[in-house]
Design a protein around this ligand. Structure first.
Ligand SMILES: Cc1cc2nc3c(=O)[nH]c(=O)nc-3n(C[C@H](O)[C@H](O)[C@H](O)COP(=O)(O)O)c2cc1C
Length: 230
């Protein structure tokens, strides 16, 4: 069991090694890229159930992400209970109505126009699972005293990336949904004030007539996202 106050340094031999030739590395890198570029944010789901074990294993993958001082400052609340999903949808749509009615500001609304989103969030009740990601701004020992967490947003966002990749790898579709603000999720899911919800990930299978916005397929080429100094 992870107990932050009972840890001290000791070294063990590197437990896992990958012994690949350059050709094998090249093939692996390309195969993963080919797999990941078939991930699309999906907003139209069917209610086909997804076994809890699959969700658990994908969250396990998120849990092996690197984190500041290995504090693992995240919590994933996985929801399939219909009444709780309905509550989350109702509260999220309240926030979204305010957002789209002017709360977001003109520039943000204009940026969302090519994505085609609006205040109706049907996926929150149709998708079989919602995984709500919480960032632990600080940690608490069993006696309630606090300890600091480090690089919390960076750590949680890396873990969330692992989670999205794991869900895609398992053949599932996702939607990273960020109602703004999201504080209602603490109360709905019984999470403490030390935790900040960062997103709701809807998870499931796509509807037969699911679409994606055409602009979402336009990704910046390598020379616009990377520079090399070799
Ligand atoms: C941090 C973050 C927040 C997002 N919030 C929303 C959202 O609230 N609603 C939504 O429909 N899509 C949301 N998206 C999905 C993006 O619109 C989507 O990733 C983008 O259009 C690119 O499409 P793709 O994921 O299919 O590549 C969000 C994505 C990220 C990374």
């Amino acid at each position: 069991m992870f107990a932050k106050d009972a840890l001290s340094y000791s070294a063990i031999p590197l437990p896992d090694r990958s012994e690949m030739t350059d050709d094998e590395m090249q093939a692996a890198a390309l195969a993963f890229y080919d797999r990941m570029r078939t991930r699309h944010t999906v907003r139209d789901y069917i209610d086909r159930p997804v076994p809890r074990q699959v969700i658990e294993d994908c969250i396990r993958t998120a849990g092996v992400a690197p984190s500041g001082a290995n504090h693992q400052p995240w919590h994933f609340a996985a929801v399939s209970a219909p009444e709780l999903k309905a509550r989350i949808r109702a509260e999220a749509e309240e926030e979204e109505k305010r957002f789209y009615a002017g709360g977001a500001g003109d520039e943000w609304i204009k940026a969302l126009e090519p994505i085609g989103t609006n205040a109706v969030k049907e996926h929150l009740t149709v998708a079989p699972w919602l995984i709500v990601v919480f960032a632990q701004r600080w940690g608490e020992f069993d006696d309630g005293t606090r300890y600091k967490n480090y690089y919390v947003p960076e750590s949680v966002n890396i873990a969330t990336g692992f989670l999205l990749a794991a869900l895609h790898h398992a053949g599932l579709c996702t939607l990273t949904h960020t109602p703004n603000p999201m504080k209602f999720l603490n109360e709905a899911l019984g999470r403490p004030a030390s935790e900040k919800p960062t997103m709701i990930i809807a998870v499931g299978h796509p509807a037969p007539d699911a679409t994606v916005p055409a602009v979402a397929k336009i990704k910046k080429p390598l020379d616009q996202i990377a520079s090399f100094f070799d």
